[in-house]
Write a protein of this length. Structure first.
Length: 291
């Protein structure tokens, strides 16, 4: 972080330009994202016959978000979140809960892929970076859908069920979880809608911060969504909270695709600090330990 502040000659005082109305709006958007993230895994868990109330999901997710700030990558708290869910279910269903948590995270990435591909189709200034990125994320999207189909296939599960090795590595329970998820059409629609709304709120929060330093009417919406989606995915490359390499990648993507924008580094760092503050909402819940 010190390197980034020094390299981009960031004036920390510029962060004081944000006003109270923007702070309130960001807090509303951040709180909405907390609820939507909890709602997604709440829906999946209950569909898998793992009965849990929404408030407990919200608390556990917020504790996981808190640990995102100190564990590697922007999603390091997932390990903590999984352990809390397993503890809630009395150390039962470990494989199922782990599978659901990983699936929950992958769905979040997949929706980012969808935004990238949709926005990329409307970006007229195609360069090598955009063309290669489009191909990469198209490949990743197809791989996700193929994996969902293969791992959720009842026929393949029935065939693999014959082999002891698949039971040793808990492959069959994983396939059963994915099969149940894949075959619940109403759930799929709900999950993708909830995730899309969550990501739109993330884009809006970043747009609010952009508005501090730029005239947002000058921003190409497709390039903004494209850059934001890749930047947020790149945050997993960082250290605690996504800072470090993730921040640097985020900044360079915006600088590359939107060079006319001002104070890109300040915007991205302020956005990540904002996400850090939202994640700290989980601290009181962790200290009270009532969930």
């Amino acid at each position: 972080m010190t390197f980034i502040v020094s390299y981009y000659e960031i004036n920390i005082n510029i962060f004081l330009n944000i006003n109270i109305y923007e702070i309130i709006l960001l807090l509303i958007l951040g709180t909405a994202c907390l609820y939507l993230n909890a709602l997604r895994i709440f829906l999946i868990l209950n569909d898998q016959k793992l009965k849990i109330n929404f408030l407990t999901c919200l608390k556990i997710n917020m504790i996981g978000g808190l640990f995102d700030t100190i564990l590697p990558t922007s999603n390091g708290g997932d390990v903590v979140r999984i352990s809390y869910y397993i503890k809630y279910f009395n150390n039962n269903f470990k494989t199922k809960i782990t599978s659901i948590s990983i699936l929950d995270r992958l769905i979040g990435f997949f929706i980012f892929f969808v935004f990238i591909l949709l926005a990329g189709a409307y970006i007229h200034e195609k360069n090598n970076f955009i063309l290669e990125a489009n191909n990469f994320f198209l490949f990743m999207s197809v791989m996700f859908l193929i994996s969902l189909y293969v791992l959720g296939s009842a026929r393949i599960k029935k065939y693999l069920n014959k082999f002891a090795l698949t039971h040793k590595f808990r492959i069959i329970p994983i396939m059963e979880t994915i099969n149940n998820f894949r075959n619940s059409k109403k759930l799929l629609v709900k999950i993708f809608l909830v995730t899309m709304i969550n990501h739109i709120f993330l884009f809006l929060s970043l747009l609010v911060i952009f508005n501090i330093y730029n005239d947002i009417s000058e921003i190409n919406p497709f390039i903004f969504i494209y850059s934001s989606s890749i930047g947020m995915i790149s945050s997993i490359l960082g250290v605690a909270g996504g800072f470090g390499l993730g921040t640097l990648t985020f900044i360079e993507i915006f600088n590359h695709l939107q060079p006319e924008m001002k104070s890109i580094a300040q915007v991205i760092i302020l956005f990540q600090i904002y996400q850090l503050i939202i994640r700290l909402f989980g601290l009181p819940i962790y200290l009270i330990k009532k969930y």
